[in-house]
Design a protein around this ligand. Structure first.
Ligand SMILES: Nc1ncnc2c1ncn2[C@@H]1O[C@H](COP(=O)(O)OP(=O)(O)O)[C@@H](O)[C@H]1O
Ligand SMILES: O=P(O)(O)OC[C@H](O)CO
Length: 499
């Protein structure tokens, strides 16, 4: 048994988490802190980069203290993060020039429309695997350069640095010595050519971004640098980086072609391992880098759903019909069905496979008999329906039926949701023993780089099922339910297209 532990830092959209794993892949300690969501205007979402850093550094220290260990006991750090979220800082002062513009932020939607009208869609998809949308980093960097006083000039003089959250954290942990990202995070910027594995000059020109701002792109598992002594007294190698969804794919051990996972967090993100060749989706999915380890790259198809568990947060914070997210299951079970209500939670537009940035949330089919229970049930079902839309697109792209779906993320605690998902998909839904697969994936990537685990085969043996949800619904009922959902989505899109 290897001595010491691996520390995974999971910097998510709503909270910063630190989890310490031992050699058997078991969780030894967890610390978590939520941070402020900033909504300056409708459709805008920002975070304070300094708060991202302070919460992440704080939980890292807290997780170690909790189990009475210190930096010397940590063999390596793995970082995983909310992706696309864009931070630009001054290289000399180390200070951000603007808040982090979060992946959910829609302020650049008109600019993205302009790019589509100028005919860049095919070129961007062929190079990056992405669909033009304000979701990705490039249009957000462009916005900062054009809207923050003095930013353009500083950037042209080589004084500004761009990074996704992983880059920012590495920069902070190394006190400005290391400016890197990994290939999975680079693949979400819309500036990185995922076939040639280079920042793309043509794309940089389209978006008006100087190459000098960009971090060096590394593999997902290698030593990038050592921590400075600000947080831990000893220097610890930072040895794994991956975007959170790719880290979850790895943590779920979807290492073979055609293996699929879905993460039910704030949003839902389904990824399918498609092997070592870049394939363009023909069904409105993204192609993204799954990871690069030992010089070998793997790609994935991805369906990104912007609102998943966040719909439950809205029931809690917006409507106030539940006090905690966990209460939603009981409320939804207070009724036998939704009573004909459908809820399309397009709060931040619709992602895959619709890509409709103007769509907004819609609830249809309300009668005098509708109760909070029906709304709660419709909200839970909406998470599952959106997942079906993505999985169908994935099956069409892969030319095969998917037999099992590995699941993780906060909302997988909801058994009603999981069973409904299995029924709708008519495939087995598998919840693993460790649902913190994002952090686990980052820990595995870091541990592999420093020899804590010797190879993927050793890690693969650790993955265990906690519960299987087996489909059992009547097919006619499923078809009728899906037809209702499609009508509800059509109603949502009709509303937005008439704005
Ligand atoms: N029992 C539950 N049923 C449905 N959703 C839940 C439940 N428990 C938590 N959630 C939702 O899961 C999300 C949190 O999951 P998590 O994986 O921590 O998300 P993230 O990493 O995106 O911050 C929240 O949106 C929350 O509302
Ligand atoms: O922070 P999460 O878990 O909601 O994940 C956000 C995604 O990485 C956005 O692409």
């Amino acid at each position: 048994m290897e001595e010491g532990y691996i520390l995974a830092l999971d910097q998510g959209t709503t909270s910063s988490r630190a989890i310490i794993f031992d050699h058997s892949g078991q969780i030894k300690s967890v610390a978590q802190k939520e941070f402020k969501q900033i909504f300056p205007k409708p459709g805008w979402v920002e975070h304070d980069p300094n708060e991202i850093w302070s919460t992440q550094a704080g939980v890292a220290a807290e997780a170690t203290v909790k189990i009475g260990i210190n930096g010397k006991n940590i063999r390596a750090i793995g970082i995983t993060n909310q992706r696309e979220t864009t931070i630009v800082w001054n290289r000399e002062t180390g200070l951000p020039v603007y808040n982090a513009i979060v992946w959910q932020d829609r302020r650049t939607a008109p600019y993205c429309d302009q790019l589509k009208n100028e005919g860049h869609t095919d070129l961007i998809r062929a190079k990056t695997g992405l669909i033009i949308d304000s979701y990705f980093s490039a249009s957000k960097i462009n916005w900062i350069l054009n809207n923050v006083d003095g930013a353009k000039e500083l950037a042209d003089n080589g004084k500004l640095a761009f990074g996704t959250v992983d880059s920012w954290l590495v920069w902070k942990f190394t006190r400005g010595r290391v400016h890197v990202t990994d290939v999975t995070n680079a693949s979400r910027t819309m500036l990185y050519n995922i076939s040639t594995q280079q920042w793309d000059e043509e794309l940089l020109k389209i978006f008006g971004i100087p190459a000098s701002m960009l971090p060096e792109v590394k593999q997902s598992s290698e030593v990038y640098g050592e921590t400075d002594t600000t947080v831990f007294a000893s220097k610890i190698p930072i040895a794994g980086i991956a975007g959170d969804q790719q880290a979850a794919l790895f943590g779920q051990m979807c290492i073979d072609k055609a293996m699929v996972k879905n993460t039910y967090g704030t949003g839902c993100f389904m990824l399918m391992n498609i092997g070592s060749d870049f394939i363009e989706s023909k069904n409105n999915l993204l192609t993204t880098v799954a990871w690069k380890i030992n010089g070998e790259i793997q790609y994935a198809f991805e369906g990104s759903i912007f609102i998943g568990g966040a719909v439950v947060q809205w029931l809690r914070d917006g409507l106030g019909i539940i006090k905690t997210s966990a209460e939603v299951e009981k409320l939804a079970l207070s009724v036998n069905d939704t009573g004909g209500v459908y809820f399309v939670p397009a709060f931040a537009g619709l992602g895959a496979p619709y890509w409709d940035p103007d769509a907004r949330g819609t609830i249809v089919g309300i009668t005098r008999g509708t109760t909070a229970g029906h709304i709660a049930r419709a909200a839970i079902e909406a998470i599952a329906y959106q997942t079906v839309d993505v999985l169908k697109a994935m099956e069409a792209d892969a030319g095969m039926k998917i037999k099992e779906l590995r699941v993780d993320g906060g909302a997988t605690a909801n058994n009603l949701l999981m069973q409904f998902q299995a029924d709708l998909l008519n495939c087995k839904v598998i919840r693993p023993h460790i649902v913190e697969t994002t952090a686990l994936g980052a820990a595995y990537l870091a541990g592999l780089a420093v020899g804590y685990w010797s190879n993927v085969e050793e890690i693969q043996k650790q993955w265990q099922t906690e519960r299987d949800f087996v489909p059992g619904a009547d097919n006619d009922k499923v078809q009728a339910a899906m037809a209702g959902w499609k009508r509800a989505v059509a109603a949502t899109q009709s509303w937005s297209s008439n704005r």
